[in-house]
Write a protein that binds this ligand. Structure first.
Ligand code: ARG
Length: 703
């Protein structure tokens, strides 16, 4: 018996692949056979007619994709939201579909101009009528979803499509009767997959493999227990059979060439309304403002890219382009996200780029008390390296101790309210911690193209390493070192044992001796190898002059540790005249503070090595305080530790032979950090040579 379910179809009289607006159409222009298309379409039409009523809309010449009636609009009850096609190639179909809907008694809603939404191709009702699944990412805009919720009075669940082969939701997602769901998880981002898993119980989810997905197995028409599709693997058919569905295959290869199959060729126009069901769109929007050299500094592209990458969408409401080179631009952007959770992630990154609220939208920051010492409230805002301000009682307050990976806590002191970045472990009961992403802004200096190019550290923005680049970095670092020394500034060096193995020890000694270094950070190893070299001439048992292993040399480092342990500290070993040269010697002699942070693999350790890592972190951060520049020399862990404690604005130079380490360390999203891939011994040698050049009187070379 034929049920009262109705579908709308459009005969393929004018069907062809005439243009390319999805990956399936590529290479298929005019490659489909009209005769075969007609034959396949008729078969589908007849199969559906066996199970439901089929209405027809007249095909129109010049609109070859009109066969895909799923894209006419989205129907629920008497109401229909008409499609607004993204591509002009299909926009001409809109009035024909609109006419059909109006003539058939539907109440037609039309979206604002420039807000793409491609109908039932991108919006699928749960077959129990509980909610609407709506896709975005390729053809439909996230901002169309709240309209669907409002006009159709139904909860909308937004899903983000990630794979351009599955550009419409109905190409990879098919709700079935009894709460089942046929879908291809690979087409969605991880957040959407999580949302799907939260809504659909595991035993109701039928996740398919790519092989079925590319045969458009999800692009199926479901009428009760029948599922009509182009093609399904045996395993998929039996899985569906197990849960009571019968697959009817009907070949639609000619339509696959245009990126569509069974479901795309139909639009279900009888969609019952659930009585108890009401609107509830979780899509959130917020307007942000950015100002500065938005184009020159690439800020606006970065902002818009990250909104999309993180699963949101945007609309640029205003953009005032600075007219002159030195003038700044300003933009107002409406950001939308499928949930508050995603919105928070997006906004916290936009804050780093300098985004602020419109003045009329400014709010106080949200605070929640610490109720367990050392534990922040769940939703705490994670601090960054950028100078940050928070709004408390209508006033903007500068955050102190700026560093990344902390929480911002406020406390009331005799001098009023104070905001500070605190490590989680330092949070105390009664501290109020910033949560959510309201009333937070970072203060960015507007840097123009000129400023950036004239800055000493401008080379940093370019990629990593090349021969010339090493020289350039050396020249610039030498110049900086000299300037900082002359102005009484502070340079801190983080060094690993490789500095010694590669023969860089003597050069680092010179830097310390000549006043270029104001603090040294490392671990047990650098100190041991440095002293081993100076006491016994080897580093990890290798003769440093000849480069060959010394018999029994592997015990050298333990002997050195033992000697220092006898004296009680490195300083005492130096005073006793046992350690007579080397990096540690120079530090002691020149009163340069150092901190050695221990690790599980340390031999000994030396008496100076701080094996309590919490204390070691504290020692490190003390030495870093007020630094103008940090030289990170071949020590990944210690350098990462240092990077985490250091606010933006401190120049960082990272030297390592391993490009991955350099990238990791120099990628702080700020232009003050630079990485160079080279041998650290060579780097130090070039650096001292360059400093010699800078400090020796100029001699004209008259030939
Ligand atoms: N060539 C059409 C397009 O790219 C195919 C549409 C398929 N329709 C669908 N509901 N997935 O727009």
């Amino acid at each position: 018996m034929v049920s009262q379910i109705r579908f709308l179809m459009c005969a393929p009289d004018h069907y062809d692949v005439d243009y390319v607006i999805n990956p399936w159409m590529e290479g298929n222009i005019h490659k489909s056979s009209r005769d075969r298309a007609v034959e396949q379409w008729n078969k589908l039409y007849n199969v559906i007619k066996n199970h439901a009523i089929v209405d027809l809309v007249a095909p129109e010449k010049g609109w070859p994709d009109m066969v895909f009636s799923a894209n006419a609009g989205l129907v629920l009850g008497e109401n229909v939201v008409l499609s607004r096609f993204l591509h002009k190639e299909r926009q001409g179909e809109e009035p024909y579909f609109q006419q059909w809907f109006e003539q058939n008694g539907f109440n037609v809603y039309t979206l604002p101009k420039d807000l793409p939404f491609e109908g039932a191709g991108d919006a699928l009702l749960d077959r129990e009528g509980r909610w609407l699944w709506a896709g975005y990412g390729f053809r439909s805009e996230l901002d169309s979803h709240p309209y669907l919720a409002k006009w159709l009075d139904i909860e909308v669940i937004s899903l983000r499509l990630m794979d351009e082969r599955f550009y419409h939701l109905d190409t990879c997602f098919c709700p079935l009767a009894n709460g089942y769901l046929l879908y291809y998880p690979g087409a969605f981002d991880s957040y959407s997959n999580r949302v799907i898993e939260m809504r659909v119980a595991p035993e109701k989810r039928i996740a398919i493999e790519e092989a079925d997905a590319v045969n458009f197995a999800c692009n199926a028409v479901n009428v009760d227990s029948i599922v009509i599709m182009n093609k399904a693997s045996e395993s998929l058919k039996s899985r569906l059979a197990e849960v009571g569905f019968q697959v009817i295959e009907t070949p639609l290869t000619e339509f696959l060439k245009a990126g569509g199959a069974a479901k795309c060729l139909t639009l279900r126009v009888t969609e019952p309304i659930g009585e108890e069901i009401h609107a509830n769109a979780s899509v959130e929007s917020r307007v942000i403002r950015m100002e500065g050299h938005l184009l020159d500094a690439g800020l606006i592209n970065r902002a818009l890219d990250l909104i999309v990458e993180m699963g949101g969408s945007f609309q640029v409401l205003k953009f005032n382009l600075g007219e002159q080179r030195q003038s700044t631009s300003a933009a107002e952007v409406r950001v939308s996200a499928p949930s508050h959770e995603v919105m928070e992630e997006i906004i916290s990154q936009l804050i780093d780029l300098g985004a602020v609220d419109l003045p009329q939208d400014e709010r106080d920051t949200r605070l929640e008390p610490v109720i367990q010492a050392g534990v922040a409230p769940d939703d705490f805002y994670v601090s960054t390296i950028y100078p940050t301000e928070i709004r408390v009682n209508g006033e903007w307050l500068k955050v102190q101790n700026q560093r990344m990976d902390g929480a911002i806590a406020i406390s009331t002191t005799a001098n009023g309210i104070v905001a500070k970045c605190k490590l989680l472990r330092d949070l105390e009961i009664g501290d109020k911690v910033v949560v959510d992403v309201l009333g937070i802004r970072t203060v960015r200096k507007a840097e123009s193209r000129e400023q950036r190019n004239s800055q000493e550290f401008s080379f940093m923005s370019s990629g990593v390493s090349s021969e010339r680049r090493v020289e350039l970095v050396v020249e610039q670092v030498a110049w900086e070192l000299r300037k900082i020394k002359d102005s009484g500034g502070k340079v801190v060096v983080t060094a690993g044992p490789v500095v010694i193995h590669t023969g860089g020890g003597e050069h680092l000694c010179r830097l310390v001796r000549e006043g270029y270094v104001q603090g040294l950070l490392g671990g047990n190893a650098i100190a041991v190898h440095d002293m081993e070299q100076n006491l016994l001439g080897t580093s990890l048992g290798v003769d440093m002059k000849r480069g060959v292993a010394v018999r029994g040399g592997h015990r050298h480092h333990l002997k050195v540790i033992n000697i220092v342990r006898r004296f009680g500290s490195i300083a005492k070993a130096v005073e006793a005249g046992v350690v007579k040269s080397g990096v540690m010697y120079e530090c002691v002699k020149n009163n340069i503070p150092f901190s050695l942070a221990g690790s599980i693999r340390d031999d000994g350790p030396l008496p100076d090595t701080q094996m309590n890592l919490i204390l070691a972190q504290q020692e490190y951060s003390k030495i870093i305080e007020g630094a103008d520049m940090i030289l990170m020399l071949s020590s990944m862990l210690h350098s990462i530790g240092v990077g985490n404690m250091t606010p933006a604005g401190v120049k960082m130079v990272c030297v390592d032979i391993n490009p991955a380490v350099v990238t990791k360390l120099s990628d702080r999203g700020s232009i003050e950090s630079v990485g160079v891939v080279t041998d650290v011994g060579l780097f130090l040698s070039l650096l001292t040579q360059q400093l010699d050049k800078l400090t020796s009187p100029y001699v004209a070379n008259v030939g």
